[in-house]
Design a protein around this ligand. Structure first.
Ligand code: CA
Length: 220
């Protein structure tokens, strides 16, 4: 899952980036509102983490413009502007949730999980397809109840597939979801991780749709 962080404070930006990358998210970080709008136009993000006080374009402005452009991604506003009026303005501009600064990184990542859960149309915490479950809070993957050890990228790929278990996932979109800017991408990386997941979760778990991408066999 690829996230966009818009934050002009270097210390907060670095801390959030490290924390969320550590949980296997691909994360792009921009430091002003104009760059945020460009990034949102070019890349399909799973969620947006948005500061409000920003150079070049104000965060609320970014949010309104993204919503006007039809972007439906979930938005978590991170800001020190925490009067009731500010929160109401943010939510009314199209934010899904609001986290006042200073915040704890554990709470931030729990709120990101909650946003992705809702965006995936789920109310419960577990992602599942067939005999496979993934718990985004603990990072645990189980096959018929037994824990399975995955590499970081295998886990990230499985999480993307399980976010929309019934969908056909084009290969290009999977690459987009797994790698942020500046990350080295090999030509056959997705195939390598699919191979790894099949070996660990069952050869039939992921179906290749030739020329397009992949889908889960156990799709509901
Ligand atoms: Ca700021």
């Amino acid at each position: 899952m690829r996230l966009l962080l818009v934050e002009d404070d270097a210390m907060i930006g670095r801390a959030v980036t490290a924390a969320l990358r550590g949980e296997g998210y691909a994360l792009d970080w921009v430091r002003d509102g104009a760059a945020a709008l460009t990034a949102l136009t070019c890349t399909g993000y799973a969620a947006l983490l948005l500061d409000l006080g920003l150079p070049r374009r104000d965060g609320l402005d970014v949010l309104r413009e993204a919503r006007r452009a039809g972007k439906t991604l979930p938005v978590l506003v991170l800001t020190a502007r925490d009067t009731v009026e500010d929160r109401v303005a943010g939510l009314d501009a199209g934010a899904d949730d609001y986290l006042p600064k200073p915040f704890h990184l554990d709470e931030l990542s729990a709120r990101v999980r909650a946003l992705l859960r809702r965006a995936g149309g789920r109310a419960g915490p577990l992602l599942r397809a067939g005999d496979v479950t993934l718990d985004p809070a603990s990072g645990e993957v189980r096959l018929r109840g037994a824990p399975v050890a995955l590499s970081a990228k295998e886990y990230a790929l499985l999480r993307v597939l399980l976010q929309k278990p019934g969908a056909l996932h084009p290969r290009e979109r999977l690459l987009d979801a797994l790698y942020g800017w500046g990350e080295e991408v090999g030509s056959n990386t997705i195939e390598v991780y699919v191979h790894g997941l099949r070996r660990k979760l069952g050869a039939d778990f992921i179906v290749t749709v030739r020329g397009i991408g992949y889908r889960l066999a156990a799709a509901p």
